[in-house]
Each structure stands twice: as C-alpha cells, then as structure tokens.
Design a binder for this molecule. Sequence first.
Ligand code: NAD
Length: 428
Amino acid sequence: MADKAYNPFEMAQAQFDNVADVLKIDEATRKLLRYNLREYHVSIPVRMDDGSVEIFRGFRVQHNDARGPAKGGIRFHPMETIDTVRALAMWMTWKCAVVDIPLGGAKGGVVCDPHNLSMRDQEQICRGWVRQLSKDMGPLNDIPAPDVMTSAQHMLWMLDEFETIHGQKFPGFITGKPVGMGGSLGRKEATGYGVIFTVRETLKELNIPPADTTASVQGFGNVAQYAIELYQQIWGKVICVSCWDQKDQTSYSFRKIDGIDLEELTSITDRFGGIDKKKAKEIGYEVLPGDAWIEQEVDILIPAALETQITKENVNKISYRVKIIAEGANGPTTPEADKVISERDIFMIPDLLANAGGVTCSYFEQVQSNMNYFWEKDEVLGKLDTKMTSAFAAVSELARNKKLYMRDAAYVIAIGRVAQACKDRGWV
Ligand code: NAD
C-alpha cells in the first residue's frame, strides 16, 4: 500500500539482519532469506463496463517455501507497491514458521481501487490475475487468501478461474472461501480469538486473573470485535475502542468506564468497522480523539487497526498501568516505539505471534478442502487454541531463558526454523 516515510521491505530486511546476527546465520542463508525466492509482475487487461480496456498492474511474491507451499493473501489497493508486497511475503514466512504450520510465505496485490470498480470489473481483475499466474500458483506450491479489500467472493471467482483453466476441481487452491463453498467454520473468529488465546496465556504467566483486568482496543473491525468477544467471555473488561470515521476522515475513541457492550456497539457499526458517533453518544459513550485509546489507564492495549500506530510521538502516552500489548494488527509499532516499550516492563505479544490465528485457520481450511471433509466450529477453534497456546509457550520460554524481548524471541524461533529447513533441503 502507500509508501510511507519508511520502506517496508527495508524494514523487514533490517529485522531479519538483527536476528540473523543473534542466530549467527551463515552468509549464504542470509543472502537467500533477505530476498524473495520468486516474484511475478503481471499486467491484467480488463474490458470495463463502459467498453474501454484498462490495464491493471499485479504482483505475486513468494518469499520462501522451504517448509511447505507458500501462503499469503492478495490485496486490492490503489497505492499498492511491490516493496509492501515483498515485506508482507517475508513476514508471512516468519508467521507460518512461528506457529509451526507447514507453509511458507507469499503475498500478492493488484493496483486498483475497488471503491471505484463495479463487481463485474472486480471479477474480471480476479480472473485476469489468476490467468496470468495459474502456472505459478496452485494447492501444492502457492495458496492465496483474502486481504485488504478482497473478500470471500473474490476468492471464489479466483478458484473458479483456476479450476476452469486446469479442468479439474482444486478446492485447496485458495482459502477464505465462503462457508458452504469450501470455507472453514471459525475463520471469521480465528484472528481475534487467537489474539486472546495469547493474552490469556500471558495473564497466566503473570499470575493475573483475567477478571481483574481492563483493556483498550484500537480498531473495531474483524480482528478487534472477535478479540473483544473472547476477552469478555474470560471476564475481561474493555473500556475503550477506537475506529476510523469515513465521513470526517479522522479517527475517534469511544469510552465507557463500566465496560463497553459489544452487541450494542456492533449494532451501530458499519461494515467497515466505523461506529456511528451520534448514536454512541446517545447510548452513553464518551467520544474522544482518535489517539485517546492509547492513553487509557488499563492493563492491556490491543492495537487491531493498521500499521505504524504506536510511534515515537505517542509511545510515552502509554499509562504506567499497562502490562501487556497484544498486536492484533500487522506492524502497529514502529521500531523507535518498540525500543521504548522493550525498555519499560511491558509484556509485548508481537504481531507475528498474536495475529497468527488467521493464517493457522486458513491452513485448517486448506486441509479440510483437500480432504473435502469439514470440521465443526468447536473442533476448528479447539485446534486453533492448541496451536496458538503451544506457539506462545515456545516463544515465552525462549524469551525467559535467554532474556530476550518477546518480539526477538518470536523472530529467533521463526527464522531459525526456516533457516534449518533450507539447510536440511541442501539449499545452503
Ligand atoms: P477491518 O477492516 O475489519 O477493521 C479495521 C478497523 O480499523 C476498522 O474498525 C477501522 O475503522 C479501524 N481503523 C482504520 N484506520 C484507523 C485509525 N487511523 N484509527 C483507528 N481505527 C482505525 O480489518 P481487520 O481484518 O480487523 O484487520 C485489522 C488489522 O489486523 C490489519 O492490520 C490486518 O492486516 C491485521 N490482520 C488481520 C487478519 C484477519 O484475519 N482479518 C489476520 C492477521 C492480521
């Protein structure tokens, strides 16, 4: 997406370099893992609704597949850049490795703005992207999934195109499909619930009963809403959430000191996760500036909106009561802010671990699709809990034993596993 003040791929490479030093990874393995194995740039001609032809630029990047087929979403965004896609592909490799699922990392994107495209135009883009890449992706080498501004419907069009080209059914080619058309029960809950499985394990380790804790959440979309649902089920209290206001082009925080009512708040929320502030006021919420979520006197902060939200400008606003930060979003903390957090006594559950429930459930979907046999929701969520809990235990044990920051411990495990797989295969 938008190229910010930093280049995301350079940031991902810098993170890798730090861990490669800690792990004393040899030169050849570093050269292999600092870059992507393969990347494809495609042009997609689409005959638009008005009869004109437009050419869309698309990408697919496969960072590494030593541990299994590459896996990662495809984004539609007008400001998509190859460097964002490269960084996200690399992060996918580490995320799959930290939760120990047998997949590598990939990411894709098309430069387009779905807000200004009819559904028919979007269908043509989906089909065109698959046509250009159908020889290079597949259930045994690279499995796409939805991401920013792509949905279950887009996945189904892509699957249909892939199956049409190959003349056979391949339900395991893509994940994030609609339930009933090869999608998995539990997928919509998976990322948010996964965040809370790791929060629950942290609280156990810190010996704090969840019922004694409060939380503040940035975002009120898929990840945030399901994280709040499970956190409330274990008796935690959320006092503040924040979200983007499309009309005002700014964000607001919504606070209720007695604890928000999830059902009440979702009933006044649009499908993009924006809360109606007039209605919120009427039902007793304080409407505060967007950044207020970070200043709350709570035990747990859950950034679950978008990247680069905890920065050197606002990190010092975090209350001294905060004990845990669980990164529901990808990359919500900038490196400068991360340094401050690591120096304070805050337990960081880093993105690659905290939000890995999404890709773990996508892996379950792929397994179910390949078997053409689907599990009940409880079974999916039970398996997810087991995976997240054991991944958390491995990272926190390493962090404790080696006195590492949790993010560094997660990277050490993930990169160590991928480097070992490359070595075992005889690549380096
Ligand atoms: P979503 O689109 O459903 O919700 C995003 C929420 O963030 C909305 O409530 C929106 O209003 C809010 N938001 C946007 N800009 C904001 C701002 N400046 N300040 C405050 N709130 C703002 O998205 P999602 O699927 O919940 O994803 C959230 C994050 O989690 C993203 O970083 C995404 O990459 C990451 N993630 C999602 C999944 C998944 O399965 N959905 C998996 C892994 C990681």
